[in-house]
Write a protein that binds this ligand. Structure first.
Ligand code: NAD
Length: 498
C-alpha cells in the first residue's frame, strides 16, 4: 500500500489549478465562506471550496432565467457546433479530469479514465441529437386544420448530482439539458466539487454564454434546493442520489408542479442460472460488485446463485476478490480505491457487523484495510437465509452478498422482492430463458450475460423506488423538452382547386 506521504502531492497537484469559487452569470465568485475537500485515500485536505447559500442560489437562478430565452433560440447548428467544440476541449483535458476525479473520489485512475470516456461519449451523443429534433405534422381529426407538434426546452433547470461518478453524472445531465436548450444551475456533491468545477470551466472556455451554465457547491444542500424549488421560475429538477433525498425533493417540487427526473438508489440482483458460463459470470460479477469500491447504484447487490453452480461460482469469485489490489488510486496497479469518507466507512463496518449478526458467513475480507485513508477489504459473504430486511438494503460498499436458490421461480421471486427497480443481471447460455426471465424482472435495465450497463445510446434509469425518467439514449434529451402543438386552421376552399 502506498503511503500518505508519497501520494499527497499527487492529490494536491491534481486539485491545484481548478477554480474553487461558485460560477454565476459567467463569472467565478467567492461568497466568503468555504469548506474543505478531502482525498479519501490519504485523509488530507486537497482544496477549499466556496460554500454557496440561499443568496448564491437566487443569483444563479436569476442568471439562468435571464439567459434562457436567448439560449433556447440559438440555431440548432450553432448549438451543435458549440457542443462539438466543448467535446474536443473536454477530450484534451482527459488526463486532468482523471487525476482530479481520483484525487477527490479516490477511484483508481483506470476507472477515472473510463468514467471520463463514458462522460465524453454522453456529451457527444447529445451534441449529435441537437440537429435531429423533429416534430410531427398531422391532419386534425375532423379536417379543416392541421396539428404541428414541436418540442420546446422546459426552462431553467436545477441539476443535483452525487459524488460516486462526479463527471458522468454532471455530463449526462447537463449535456441533455443544454442540448435541449435549457439553462442550468448545477449543484454538485460536497465530497467531489472539483470535478464539477473543471467541467464548468471547460464549458466556459468552449464559449457557453454567461448565465447558461451556473455552478454551486455547498455544505447546505437543503438550503440550495429549497430556495430554488420555492422559486416559480425554476421549471425542472433533475436529481441523482438516494431514494430518501429524491423523495424529499419531489415533495418540494410539488407546490409549484416542477417537472422532475429522478435517478435513485438500487438493489441490483445478479442471477446466475444453472446453465450459465460460470467463468464469464464471475468475471462480470467482480466488476459489477467491486468497481468504484462497490459505490455504484447499478452494483450487484444480491448475487443469486442456482445451487447447481453455486459452489463453483463461490470458489472462483472469492479467489478473484482476494486478488483485487486495494490502494491509492494514483498507483496504476490499484483496482479498488477507498470508501468516499470516514463516515461511510464506519457505515460499512456497521453493515458487516449487522450481517454477521444475522448469520452471514464471511468468506474473505470483513474489515478495514490498512492505510491512512478510508480503505475496506473486498468482502464476500454467504447467506443461508434471505429472510431479513438487511438482505434488500442497498449496500453501496465493496461487500458481496451471495444467496443460493433451487429454482428459477425462487430466484425471480427474490430478485423482484425489493422496493427498488434499477438494474438486474442475468447469466444463462439459453437465449429463450434469458428473454423470458428478463421480461419478468421488474427493473428498468437488465444486463444479459454482462455486468456493465451504462452506454450513451441506452436509456438509463429505473422503475419503482429507483426513479422517474431516463438519462441518455433517445429518451434522455426529451426529459428536458416539452411537446407543444400548434393547431392551424386551413380553409381548403381557398386553394382554388375545387
Ligand atoms: P445523497 O442523496 O445523499 O446525495 C446526492 C446529492 O444530493 C448530493 O449532491 C447531496 O449533496 C445532495 N443532497 C443531500 N441531501 C440533500 C437535501 N436534503 N436536499 C437537496 N440535496 C441534497 O446520495 P449519495 O450518498 O451522495 O449517493 C448515493 C446514492 O445515490 C445511492 O443511493 C445511489 O444508488 C444513488 N445513485 C443513483 C444513480 C442512478 O443513476 N440511479 C447514480 C449514482 C448514485
Amino acid at each position: 500500500m502506498t503511503t500518505a506521504e508519497t501520494v499527497a502531492p499527487q492529490g494536491l497537484s491534481a486539485a491545484a489549478d481548478v477554480p474553487t469559487g461558485v460560477h454565476i452569470d459567467g463569472a467565478w465568485s467567492d461568497p466568503g465562506r468555504s469548506f474543505e475537500v478531502t482525498d479519501p485515500a490519504t485523509g488530507l485536505v486537497i482544496a477549499r471550496m466556496a460554500d454557496a447559500g440561499a443568496d448564491e442560489t437566487r443569483a444563479a437562478l436569476d442568471a439562468a432565467v435571464r439567459a434562457q430565452q436567448d439560449w433556447a433560440h440559438w440555431a440548432p447548428r450553432a448549438r451543435a457546433d458549440l457542443f462539438h467544440h466543448a467535446h474536443a476541449l473536454l477530450r484534451e483535458r482527459r488526463e486532468r479530469f482523471a487525476r482530479v476525479m481520483t484525487a477527490e473520489s479516490g477511484k483508481p485512475l483506470s476507472e477515472s479514465r473510463a468514467e471520463f470516456d463514458l462522460s465524453a461519449g454522453f456529451f457527444l451523443w447529445y451534441a449529435e441529437q441537437i440537429t435531429h429534433l423533429h416534430g410531427t405534422w398531422a391532419h386534425g381529426s375532423n379536417g379543416g386544420y392541421r396539428v404541428v407538434t414541436t418540442h420546446q426546452p422546459v426552462g431553467p433547470c436545477l441539476l443535483i448530482t452525487p459524488w460516486n461518478f462526479p463527471l458522468l453524472m454532471s455530463a449526462r445531465k447537463a449535456g441533455a439539458a443544454l442540448a435541449a436548450g435549457c439553462t442550468v444551475v448545477m449543484k454538485t456533491a460536497q465530497e467531489t466539487p472539483l470535478t464539477g468545477a473543471l467541467f464548468t470551466q471547460t464549458l466556459v472556455d468552449a464559449g457557453f454564454p454567461a448565465g447558461v451554465v451556473n455552478l454551486l457547491h455547498t455544505t447546505r444542500s437543503a438550503t440550495v434546493s429549497e430556495t430554488a424549488l420555492a422559486d416559480r421560475r425554476l421549471r425542472k429538477i433533475s436529481f441523482t442520489g438516494s431514494t430518501g433525498v429524491g423523495s424529499l425533493l419531489l415533495q418540494q417540487a410539488a407546490p409549484n408542479v416542477v417537472n422532475a427526473s429522478m435517478e435513485l438508489g438500487g438493489d441490483g440482483p445478479f442471477l446466475v442460472l444453472d446453465d450459465a458460463d460460470v467463468d464469464l459470470a464471475v468475471e462480470h460479477a467482480l466488476i459489477c460488485k467491486f468497481r468504484n469500491a462497490g459505490q455504484a447504484c447499478v452494483a450487484a447487490n444480491r448475487i443469486i446463485l442456482h445451487e447447481a453452480i453455486a459452489d463453483e461460482f463461490t470458489e472462483k469469485f472469492v479467489a478473484g476478490a482476494r486478488e483485487l489490489r486495494v490502494g491509492n488510486g494514483f498507483d496504476e496497479a490499484t483496482e479498488v480505491g477507498p470508501i468516499i469518507s470516514g463516515r461511510q466507512r464506519d457505515r460499512v463496518v456497521d453493515l458487516v457487523d449487522r450481517f454477521r449478526g444475522i448469520g452471514a458467513d464471511v468468506l474473505t475480507g470483513g474489515r478495514p484495510a490498512p492505510g491512512d485513508g478510508y480503505f475496506y477489504e473486498p468482502t464476500v459473504m454467504a447467506l443461508a437465509s434471505r429472510d431479513h430486511e438487511l438482505c434488500t438494503e442497498e449496500l453501496f460498499a465493496p461487500l458481496a452478498a451471495l444467496y443460493r436458490v433451487a429454482s428459477v421461480r425462487e430466484a425471480l421471486d427474490f430478485a423482484n422482492d425489493t422496493t427498488y427497480g434499477l438494474a438486474a443481471y442475468l447469466f444463462t447460455r439459453d437465449l429463450d430463458r434469458a428473454v423470458s426471465i428478463a421480461e419478468h424482472l421488474e427493473f428498468g435495465m437488465v444486463g444479459i450475460n454482462r455486468g456493465i450497463m451504462a452506454d450513451p445510446v441506452a436509456s438509463f434509469g429505473g422503475v419503482k423506488a429507483s426513479g422517474l425518467g431516463r438519462e441518455g439514449g433517445p429518451d434522455g434529451i426529451h426529459e428536458f423538452l416539452e411537446p407543444k402543438y400548434l393547431a392551424i386552421t386551413v380553409d381548403e376552399s381557398k386553394d382554388g382547386l375545387r
